[in-house]
Design a protein around this ligand. Structure first.
Ligand code: WQD
Length: 339
């Protein structure tokens, strides 16, 4: 009952979920094609949990490789599907790379699950499916809008593939729509590893704080928000990880039949300038920044209504913004120290 397959298990949210699963008594079967994460992340997870994890290097776009996993591990009771390419601007330059990888991997996984009688799947989706919402405080009934990028479109299409497959009653699905996951494990042994210049706000802040970057550019200060900069809903990666465990157990217990979606956020919105101030309060480090033009595709304001996650999953985020920023900063500092 406790074997859970984790695709993309060496990624940022995947690795934190693997740690939480083991802490909660589950046996994660971790697969990853190592295209985005180094095998070193497996060693780091093992260092935290104090034992070897079950890992296989698997390319989800290879159907036979996916079948081999379910043949080797016939007792898998649920799947958490993280594996995907996720860099928004890269997806604009290479849309077919994103459609091929993100969609074919999902189709292969579902076909193999059907062939092996595995019913339960939790899908890593994103608030990006809401586009620019009418009301920035979005609940799950907010309309899904045209995607702002091929990456966002693969999340929207991924949800549709899962919804249509669930309608044939072969699988039961929860799509979890993340807002802005940030932070790192309190040990600093795992976190959001960066490959080159950071795309996201918080890694850019921590790299500026440690001196890797000279200043932070605030993309846009003329939005219709309380201080002119964009509003987002930042949520600790550990809280996100814990929600995945509740979600997969909810499916194993048969509490959701068919398809459903759930927002995962803190429920609060913070502007970019407020995040800079929050970082300074949490760490005592002032961040040099300049006001720059808007970034194409940015949504002015979006933050989560999390009432459904609380009622359906009995999940409430525990970590504060200060926890998130302090853990992110500690992880950044650990990258320049030897473990
Ligand atoms: C946050 C805010 C930027 C960098 C992305 C994905 C989304 C999801 C979460 C996967 C924005 C501003 C940023 C900088 C800045 N990923 N910013 N200077 O774009 O909200 O969401 O990550 O599910 O799908 O799109 O996150 O961290 O890039 O930006 O001012 O150097 O910070 O303009 O307002 P985003 P982000």
């Amino acid at each position: 009952m406790n074997q859970i397959l984790i695709t993309g298990g060496l990624g940022y949210i995947g690795s934190h979920t693997v740690v939480e699963l083991i802490k909660t008594g589950y046996h994660p079967i971790v697969i990853d094609n190592l295209s985005e994460s180094p095998i070193e992340v497996k060693d780091r997870i093992e260092k935290i949990v104090g034992r070897e994890i079950t890992f296989r290097q698997v390319e989800l776009c290879d159907r036979a490789a996916v079948d081999a996993v379910f043949e080797e591990f016939p007792d898998i009771s649920g799947v958490i599907h993280f594996a995907a390419f996720l860099v928004v601007n890269e997806s604009v330059e290479a849309p077919l790379k994103y459609y091929h990888n993100n969609l074919l991997s999902t189709v292969n996984l579902l076909q193999s699950m059907e062939a092996h009688g595995i019913r339960n799947i939790v899908f890593s989706s994103s608030c990006t499916v809401y586009g620019t919402p009418e009301n920035p405080h979005v609940d799950e009934n907010a309309p899904v809008q045209a995607a702002e990028s091929p990456y966002g479109n693969t999340k929207k299409m991924g949800e549709e593939i899962l919804r249509d497959t669930a309608a044939t009653r072969t699988v039961d699905v929860l799509s979890l729509r993340y807002f802005n996951p940030i932070g790192a494990h309190p040990t600093s042994i795992i976190g959001e590893f960066q490959d080159g210049e950071p795309h996201h706000l918080v890694p850019y802040i921590t790299e500026t704080a440690i001196g890797k970057r000279t200043e932070l550019k605030v993309f846009g200060s003329d939005y219709d928000t309380r201080d002119g900069s964009c509003i987002r809903d930042y949520i600790h990666v550990i809280d996100i990880a814990k929600a995945h465990i509740l979600a997969v157990q909810h499916l194993i217990d048969g509490k959701t039949k068919g398809y459903d979606v759930i927002n995962l956020g803190s429920g609060n919105g913070s502007t970019v300038l407020e995040m800079i101030n929050a970082f300074e309060r949490a760490t005592g480090i002032a961040i040099p920044y300049s006001l720059a033009p808007r970034r194409t595709g940015d949504v002015p304001a979006v933050y989560a209504n999390i009432a459904k996650a609380e009622s359906v999953l009995n999940w409430t985020p525990e970590k504060t913004l200060e926890d998130m920023l302090r853990d992110a900063w500690n992880f950044e500092q650990s990258l320049t120290q030897k473990h």
